[in-house]
Design a protein around this ligand. Structure first.
Ligand code: MG
Length: 398
């Protein structure tokens, strides 16, 4: 029985009497015949869940997803129970992605599973860990790319099913994993040829990268203030969009303590960015006269973007976060430590491959030693890699 795989949305209302609200016609339908629902291994349909809802379950039940709880978002060792981990960051991205998809009339189930899976390819210690792993691999003529690593996780490394390796996700979700944040070319990545590299991804995938940005641009200011590394006055003096939101909420809540106003301002900023993404994506899509997913795919540029004004706000805030938080002395000490741990363990296992867990020995034959060691390290949580590092250091001292 083909499954009724779509939640049909109300047909386009009008936006202030002008543009249609819904881009439903350009969404991934989720119809049983849609090739984006195809899987590498046959899977009987389930009457209670759509294909993308089943993918959501497979992702949520995966080991890689659970490990997000133990991976750094920005702060590794500074003491607070309140900082985001990759898991709580992921949940924030899901909320934003679902809101955008729902308002635009896109396929919410697809947007949700793409948001849930978007960070599972990240190694421990955030971007510092990723940079260190990439540097290690460069010395062997290879690179580390978290999107491609995420694809390898869902296709190969998750081994929980009787009939196949991997999670056997739909083509639509695998394409979104590869292409949500960047486009690849066939010339540089021939192994990705199944993923329509000469076409743009569906809007459900395009919105994920910006939902991710909205989530961390908001959260990193919040966690930055919590950490004591950022000050509210300094943020308002240097980031226009925060200053505008702060003034607005101060007018609404005169006399209220600064920390509450700042939190309100961040919530408002998140709404401003989200609303802008929705409005700009909608107007871009209508402007090219798109009436189908094929129109979205063949357009040379991504249509899910911010307006020029908000894009300039976004760039200003990113520069501020980079200069003031990500590269501040306190975090650089954490980054140096992360680099030391990742590099030392990588070198150790490359020199002593017999000490890799037995389950990785077979992969060395097919993928080569350097890639296998990187795969092992990339899967670790922050606490697990520190345990490994302590163990290796003890062994070497003997
Ligand atoms: Mg992310």
């Amino acid at each position: 029985m083909p499954q009724p795989n779509i939640r049909r949305r109300a047909q386009p209302a009008t936006d202030a009497g002008q543009a249609p609200l819904s881009l439903h016609a350009c969404a991934v339908t989720g119809d049983a015949a849609d090739p984006l629902l195809s899987r590498v291994y046959p899977a009987p349909s389930r009457p209670s869940r759509t294909s993308f809802q089943r993918d959501r379950e497979r992702v949520v039940q995966s080991r890689a997803f659970r490990r997000l709880a133990g991976k750094t978002q920005v702060f590794t060792s500074r003491a607070s129970d309140h900082f985001r981990s990759r898991l709580t960051h992921t949940i924030e991205v899901v909320q934003i992605a679902r809101a955008v998809a729902s308002t635009l009339g896109l396929n919410e189930d697809l947007a949700e599973v793409l948001a849930l899976v978007h960070d599972i390819g990240h190694p421990p210690f955030g971007h510092a860990g990723e940079r260190a792993l990439d540097e290690c691999l460069k010395r062997h003529g290879l690179r580390f790319d978290h999107n491609i690593h995420a694809l390898r996780i869902v296709e190969h490394f998750e081994q929980r099913y009787a009939a196949h390796r991997g999670l056997n996700l739909t083509l639509g979700v695998r394409e979104g994993i590869v292409k949500h944040s960047r486009d690849y070319t066939l010339k540089t990545h021939p192994e990705l040829k199944a993923y329509f590299l000469n076409q743009r991804p569906p809007l459900e995938a395009q919105i994920i990268d910006l939902a991710d940005e909205i989530a961390y641009l908001t959260a990193d200011l919040d966690d930055g203030v919590e950490s004591g590394l950022l000050e509210i006055d300094h943020i308002c003096d240097n980031i226009d969009v925060v200053a505008r939101c702060y003034r607005q909420v101060r007018k609404l809540h005169p006399g209220v303590e600064q920390k509450f106003l700042f939190h309100e301002a961040l919530q408002l900023m998140q709404n401003v960015l989200t609303d802008d993404l929705i409005a700009t994506t909608r107007s871009n899509t209508l402007a090219i006269g798109a009436t189908s997913l094929a129109d979205i795919r063949r357009h040379p540029q991504r249509l899910a973007v911010f307006s020029p004004e908000i894009e300039s706000d976004r760039m200003q805030e990113k520069r501020y976060l980079y200069d003031t938080l990500y590269t501040c002395r306190e975090l650089e000490i954490e980054h140096d430590k992360a680099e030391e741990v990742v590099t030392a363990l990588f070198n150790h296992w490359v020199q002593s491959p017999d000490e890799l867990p037995e389950s990785y020995h077979e992969e060395v034959q097919t993928e080569g030693l350097a890639r296998t060691v990187a795969d092992y390290i990339a899967g670790m949580t922050d606490s697990f890699i520190l345990l490994q590092y302590a163990g290796v250091k003890r062994t070497l001292r003997r």
